[in-house]
Ligand binder design. Structure first.
Ligand code: PLZ
Length: 446
């Protein structure tokens, strides 16, 4: 076991320090320029809410490696199970020789995902791969081709999922042509809906289903896929009632409702899944990120009658549901249950919101604070009336936080959303310290 990491921010050098800079020089010479790094402080160890870099700096983690280490980095139960597993069995390929850990993760996903109907699961390696398989299954089951995705959506970087992802730079630029029969409709985005949130609540659903009817046709639409709270696109939360209405409309029209819970799942929003908030029960759910405490694993869980229409051999892959990744998932899920991390996500929301409201009272650049649980964001604008996106300010605050050893992330199609995704095991003290660094960064950047 390595020595425990004190849950305290420590700055020993400028960020990034000399050791990180030397590593970064090697990175530039060895790694494709296409793979960029938000904050080139090279991390050696991490736990709880702290990342320790190559210069011995201790950074506060407000990103969880993009919503992955919800149970904390190197979480004890994950370490224990992974260590035991890796010493016993590292790989067979589940399609060649099966093993219990794969089945146990599927059982857990069937139990925890929304709805108490019979379900089946298949495991993969990444969020994008789970989404790809959701599309395959939806087309196979319905016998239809059309897939509807939303403005501001993010579903991955493979060719099919790029067709579903909305943002050009940096994801899609010059990487086309993209897969066909993917259609995009407006997102129910209250802050930016013409006329504002009340209009969005009143109009978005009707407008969107009219678009699907007119441009694709229900009889050509296999599935509608939506992130119940959008991630990369800006933590957009649709108005209450929108998701239940959309799910019902899909049911009425023999269209599958797919929830992409890759970012919003596993306690992140204060529920096991973001769909739980309004009791929405999707036909298919994709999961990844928080599922396995940092090991690569993803799942596609769905109604048994849908998932079991696929012919034997139709779903799979060499590494999908690798035993070590499955052991990590079992350890991560056990941690979420034992520490009641859904409740902790709600406590984190209360702390973050209180400090963000203070910023909003001082700075007119805070256009909106939104999100749920430990998936909270503020959208920044140059002017509350025009809502002109303040992308440069967002980037400047982010940079100022990084310089003070606070690892923060931005998002949004317009690059003007500042997001908070701390590990759910972070201490109150680190949350408060991080928010005070943010306040200083804001003051220095406006
Ligand atoms: N669906 C909702 O958020 C991944 C992307 C980071 P993978 N989001 C982080 C980046 O810039 O590549 C994501 C998501 C939702 C699918 C995915 C894709 O998951 O595991 O990155 O393939």
């Amino acid at each position: 076991m390595s020595t425990p990491i004190e849950q305290r921010r420590i700055l020993r050098t400028a960020i990034p320090g000399p050791a990180s800079q030397a590593l970064h020089a090697r990175k530039l010479a060895a790694v494709s320029s296409g793979v960029s790094t938000g904050l080139p402080a090279y991390i050696e160890r991490a736990a709880g809410g702290i990342l320790v870099d190559a210069d011995g700096n201790q950074l506060i983690d407000f990103g969880s490696g993009i919503a992955v280490t919800s149970v904390g980095n190197a979480a004890p139960k994950v370490v224990e199970r992974v260590s035991a597993q890796v010493a016993e069995l590292t790989h067979t390929c589940f399609m060649v020789n099966p093993y219990e850990e794969y089945v146990a993760v599927c059982e857990k996903l069937n139990e925890l995902t929304p709805g108490d109907h019979p379900k089946r699961t298949a495991l993969f390696n990444s969020g994008a791969e789970a989404v790809e398989n959701a599309v395959k299954v939806a087309r196979h089951y319905t016998g239809k081709d059309g897939i509807v995705a939303f403005d501001h959506a993010y579903h991955g970087r493979t060719n099919l999922t790029l067709a579903m992802t909305a943002k050009n730079m940096p994801y899609k630029h010059k990487f086309g042509p993209f897969a066909s029969e993917l259609y995009r409709v407006p997102m129910a985005y209250p802050y930016r809906w013409p006329g504002g949130p009340q209009h969005c609540a009143d109009e978005a659903f009707d407008y969107i289903i009219d678009q699907i009817h007119a441009q694709i046709g229900e009889e050509n639409t296999a599935a509608v896929i939506i992130e119940p709270i959008q991630g990369e696109g800006g933590f957009v939360v649709p108005p209450r009632g929108f998701l239940p209405a959309l799910a019902q409309w899909c049911r009425d029209n023999n269209i599958l409702f797919i929830a992409d819970e890759v970012q919003s799942g596993f306690c992140r929003t204060g529920d096991w899944f973001a769909c739980d908030d309004e009791g929405v029960v999707p036909d298919l759910v994709t999961t990844a990120k928080g599922i396995a405490g940092g090991m690569p694993l993803s799942g596609l869980t769905g109604r048994a009658d849908i998932m079991d229409t696929i012919h034997p051999g139709g779903l799979g892959g060499t590494y999908g549901g690798n035993p070590v990744a499955c052991a990590a998932a079992l350890g991560a899920i056990e941690t979420m249950e034992e520490l009641d991390l859904c409740s902790r996500a709600r406590e984190i929301e209360a702390i973050l919101r209180a400090d963000l409201e203070k910023l909003a009272a001082i700075y007119p650049q805070v256009g909106e604070i939104r999100g749920r649980g430990a998936m909270i964001a503020m959208e920044l604008v140059t002017d509350r009336e025009t809502k002109e996106p303040a992308a440069a300010l967002t980037a400047a605050i982010n940079k100022a936080c990084h310089a003070q050893g606070l690892v923060t992330l931005t998002c949004g199609t317009l690059g003007n959303v500042f997001r908070f995704l701390p590990p759910l095991v972070i201490s109150d003290e680190l949350l408060h310290e991080g928010m005070s660094i943010l306040a200083d960064a804001f003051a220095a950047s406006v």
